[in-house]
Design a protein around this ligand. Sequence first.
Ligand code: RTP
Ligand code: MG
Length: 138
Amino acid sequence: MSNRTFTMIKPDAVANGHIGGILDMINAAGFRIVAMKMTQLSSAKAGEFYAVHKERPFYGELVEFMSSGHIVAAILEKDNAVEDFRKLIGATNPANAEEGTIRKKYAESIGRNAVHGSDSDENAAIEGDFFFSGLEKF
Ligand code: RTP
Ligand code: MG
């Protein structure tokens, strides 16, 4: 089991001024920030990142939203990082997210849901490499 995961603070949360609040929750839950950057995805890059969802009905909307403003990308480290971070962010739909989760506090809707978290160790590595070079992942 790997001890790293990958996250993005999505355009809704960045635009609404929640970078600090979300990073506080990530730190309080015991994750170390390994690498971090603010950037904006082109629609081509957002489409590539979420290519696994290409055939889903929400893909176009997802790509448009994820390229609509700045995001903060980060690699996080902790024992059992992928699973523990998915618990910290809560359910995809904030209506189903538990109290104390990032999405319960900050997500606006299933589409504008504040944060991304990798769903497997394999994808955490792929997604981290999508944003960060080897020199940036110390
Ligand atoms: P993420 O990848 O962003 O961490 O979210 P997730 O694993 O909880 O959810 P996933 O199934 O991977 O879906 C990716 C993102 O697509 C949007 N979505 N919209 N309108 C819809 O029914 C719908 N379903 C999913 C969400 O923003 C979700 O985070
Ligand atoms: Mg996902």
